[in-house]
Every structure is written in structure tokens, then in C-alpha cells.
Design a protein around this ligand. Structure first.
Ligand SMILES: *Cc1c(COP(=O)(O)O)cnc(C)c1O
Length: 452
């Protein structure tokens, strides 16, 4: 009875898989908010290096991973795939549950898969400094690590609520040499503006993005780096799913259901898109479930529309599932899932019914995480606890129906920096937030009317 499927280094993927080559529908173009016209590569040049801009729009099916990036990936990749025999037994389910574990990276999540690639391409093009935002601190840590490895400066605008809630994530970033400020900050016009209106603003990802974008756009030596949502970010994450395919072959099963939590959509895309190719091209019959928090249910309750990626309306307009760019979600512990929008690729797959989405409240997710921890040992981050809740529900449905389905999910990161969240949960103090319908309606009213 195998529980762990390891690949040796020679099986590390040589290419990223680009789903844009296989999508059965076109992806809506990114639009300039001023002209209403599709943007071109030059419009993005102040923010991103040209190689990443070209990857953003590429339709080449397989894109080679540069050797210096693979060399760093080898520090923790290929990551292990586990079969959750003990969880299966505890649930009394005939389902087979597998999980890919991305918590083994130095930063503790899947995020270095793209951070390392982005730092590499920026370095190649002579960039000296990168800015970014971070919510829970996972993305900031990943970029701090990657910048450190390639000798780049790194400035992180960290959502103020998390800056105070998660001091160890900040220290981790500083240990890798990054400069971290709470957002909204006084360092940018966007931050100053928010502070004038609300000096006590807890910040949001949308606000922090505005600050990091402004910083990069106004400095010659600096570019901006985004940890999710964009096509090139999802592309870099496909190392996860390509490895998982080989590991599922070793295990002798093919997944019937693939599950992941979604904030901006990158970890779920990373695991699922290489399998999605089998569904699109080979007509494989399988389900894909994207799991969101009830406090920020972009796909389940948002609109599929053009919207800004940030609060200050500085980014181009992206067609995606959105709750409105002015929406500030409740301070749930899964900070990585508090984004108003969703990756255009994931949004389009959901809209075209190739994927489905569902949302859960945080206490049932922590309960699921506890069940997982007490059977499988690993303590999950609050984000993938949402995936685990869906996995357990699917496995219990199999117990009802007697079907022995194969379920695969992405355990996107460990929860070692989230002990205060577990502490609240164990003490019975964790709250659920009702779905903020009025706030969402208000924010959706401020989504620009484009392409409708
Ligand atoms: C950031 C993060 C997420 C959410 O982001 P995606 O882009 O949707 O993957 C999920 N899990 C972990 C551990 C994270 O750090």
C-alpha cells in the first residue's frame, strides 16, 4: 500500500504547459480603460519585462523552462504526491484520495514556482528592483526568496491587517532581504489617498496592488510582479500538474475529480490545466472543482465582466469573475483567498462549464483541516483547507453512492505561520462571516460598463 509517490530530478518538467494553445474558445482580450481597445505589449512594458508579456499572450503549447529556473526548482521539486489512505479510512469512503503537496518549497507554498521564473526574466532584462503586494504573506515570501536568489531588490506592500496578524511572515521576507511596508502606506499616492479617507483602513489586496503598481510605474529601475491571476503566472504553475500526471501514472489511477482552492486561481490552474488538456483534447470525462471562501465568492456569486485588477483603477480591464474592484472582503484567515477577481483562464473555463465552483464558510474548512491533520499529519494553510472541505464532501458522497472515485487535490501550502488561526479555531472563537450581499451589490455597481 503505497502512500507516497516521489519522482526523481530527471522527471522535473522541461517545459511549462500553455492551455491557450488548446482552449476551445478564445480568451477575451485585455482592454485599455481609456480607449476601450485591446492593449498591446507596449502598454504593459512599464510594469513587466517583455519576455513575460510575450508569455502572457503566447499560444505556443509548450514553453521551455530556462535552465537557471530549473536549477532552483530542483531545490524542492519534484514535489511529492501522497495517497491519503488514513483519511480515506477515517471517512469510511471507497473513494481514493490523492494530494500533491506544494508546502515543501522554502517559502512553504506553490508560489515560488512563478516567483523564481519572474525574478529570472526580470534579471535577464536588466531590472534591478521588483515591487509587489502580499495578503497573507505567502506571495511576498516567495518573491523575497526569488529576488534574493537572483540578486534583485524587493519591496513588498503587505495588507495592513496581515502585517499585524502575521509578523513572522514579515520577518521571513526581511530575512530574505526584502523591504516590507504595511499597506495602505505613505510611500505612494494611492496609499496616501486611502489613508486620507480612512486612516484606520485595514488595507486590501486591491489597495496593495495599486501601491505596488504605482511604485513600479514611476521608477525606471523597477518592475512589478504579480503572484496570481495572469496567464503567465498560471503557466509557470503547470509544473505541478505535469508532475502529478506522472505520479498518478505511478499510482495506477487517473483522477475523476480534481479539486483546488482559488484565490486568484494559480495553484488550482497549476494542478488542473495539464489534466484539462485531456478533457478538452481527449474528451476525458472528469470534473474540476474550484473552491472559494463564502466571504469572497468571486466565481460563485460574482459577475463575469470586465473589471479593474486593483482598487485605484490603475490596471487594464480584465474579463473575469469579479465581486467589484472596490469590494473589501472580511478578514478571514485564508488571506490568500481574499481577492475580488479571478484568473481570466479559470473564469472562462467556469463560464464555459468545463469547471465548476463552490464556496464554504471558514469554520467548516478548519474542521476539515483538523480531520486532515489528525489523519495525514500535515497542517494545511487556511487556503487549501477549503479544498480539503470539498474533498471530504466528495468522499462522503462516494460513501453514500458506493462509487470508488479517484479524487486529486492540491495541498498548496502548509499552515506553520497560521497557528493563531488554528488557536482561534481550537478555542471555538473562529467566526463565519455572512455573505456580504449588499456590499457586493454596491461594488458590482462600480464595475465599468465595457464590452456589454
Ligand atoms: C496564495 C495562496 C493561495 C491562493 O492563490 P491562488 O493563486 O488561487 O493559488 C492558495 N494557497 C496558498 C497556500 C497560497 O499561498
Amino acid at each position: 500500500m503505497e502512500t507516497k509517490y516521489n519522482l526523481d530530478e530527471s522527471k522535473l518538467p522541461t517545459h511549462w504547459y500553455n492551455i491557450l494553445a488548446d482552449l476551445p474558445f478564445p480568451l477575451a482580450p485585455v482592454i485599455h480603460p481609456g480607449t476601450g481597445q485591446p492593449i498591446g505589449p507596449q502598454d504593459l512594458a512599464p510594469l513587466f519585462p517583455m519576455s513575460l508579456i510575450m508569455q502572457e499572450v503566447s499560444t505556443e503549447r509548450f514553453i521551455e523552462i530556462p535552465e537557471p529556473v530549473r536549477e532552483i526548482y530542483r531545490l524542492w521539486r519534484p514535489t511529492p504526491l501522497f495517497r491519503a489512505h488514513r483519511l480515506e479510512k477515517a471517512l469510511g469512503t471507497p473513494a481514493r484520495i490523492f494530494y500533491k503537496y506544494e508546502g515543501v518549497s522554502p517559502a512553504g507554498s506553490h508560489k515560488p514556482n512563478t516567483a523564481v521564473a519572474q525574478a529570472y526574466y526580470n534579471k535577464q532584462e536588466g531590472v534591478k528592483r521588483l515591487t509587489t503586494e502580499t495578503g497573507a504573506g505567502q506571495w511576498g515570501s516567495a518573491l523575497a526568496l526569488a529576488c534574493n536568489l537572483f540578486g534583485l531588490e524587493c519591496k513588498v506592500y503587505m495588507v495592513k491587517a496581515s502585517f499585524h496578524q502575521k509578523p513572522y511572515r514579515r520577518v521571513m521576507m526581511e530575512t530574505w532581504g526584502a523591504k516590507v511596508v504595511p499597506s495602505p502606506s505613505r510611500d505612494t499616492h494611492a496609499g496616501q489617498h486611502i489613508l486620507e479617507v480612512d486612516p484606520e483602513s485595514p488595507g486590501s489586496l486591491g489597495i496593495a496592488i495599486s501601491e505596488a503598481v504605482e511604485d513600479a510605474a514611476t521608477r525606471e529601475d523597477t518592475k512589478y510582479s504579480l503572484g496570481s491571476v495572469l496567464n503567465h503566472v498560471l503557466l509557470h504553475q503547470t509544473v505541478v500538474g505535469q508532475e502529478a500526471k506522472l505520479q498518478m501514472e505511478m499510482a495506477g489511477y487517473y483522477p475523476d475529480v480534481i479539486i483546488g482552492c482559488v484565490g486568484g486561481g494559480s495553484n488550482f490552474a497549476g494542478l488542473s490545466l495539464p489534466f484539462m488538456r485531456d478533457k478538452i483534447v481527449d474528451k476525458k470525462n472528469m470534473r474540476f472543482i474550484a473552491v472559494e471562501p463564502e466571504a469572497c465568492p468571486s466565481i460563485s456569486r460574482g459577475e463575469y465582466a470586465y473589471d479593474f485588477g486593483d482598487t485605484a483603477e490603475t490596471t487594464p480591464l480584465i474579463k473575469m469573475h469579479t465581486l467589484g474592484h472596490t469590494f473589501i472582503p472580511a478578514a478571514i484567515h485564508a488571506g490568500g483567498l481574499r481577492y475580488h477577481g479571478m484568473a481570466p483562464i479559470i473564469s472562462a473555463l467556469c463560464y464555459n462549464k468545463l469547471m465548476e465552483a463552490r464556496a464554504y464558510h471558514q469554520t467548516v474548512c478548519f474542521q476539515a483541516a483538523l480531520e486532515f491533520t489528525r489523519t495525514e499529519g500535515i497542517i494545511p494553510a487556511p487556503e487549501p483547507s477549503h479544498a480539503i472541505k470539498a474533498v471530504i464532501d466528495e468522499a462522503l458522497a462516494c460513501r453514500q453512492s458506493g462509487e470508488a472515485r479517484t479524487i486529486l487535490f492540491n495541498l498548496s501550502g502548509h499552515g506553520h505561520f497560521d497557528m493563531s488561526a488554528y488557536d482561534s479555531f481550537l478555542a471555538g472563537k473562529l467566526e463565519d462571516y455572512a455573505y456580504p450581499e449588499a456590499k457586493v451589490r454596491e461594488a458590482l455597481a462600480r464595475v465599468p460598463k465595457v464590452g456589454v
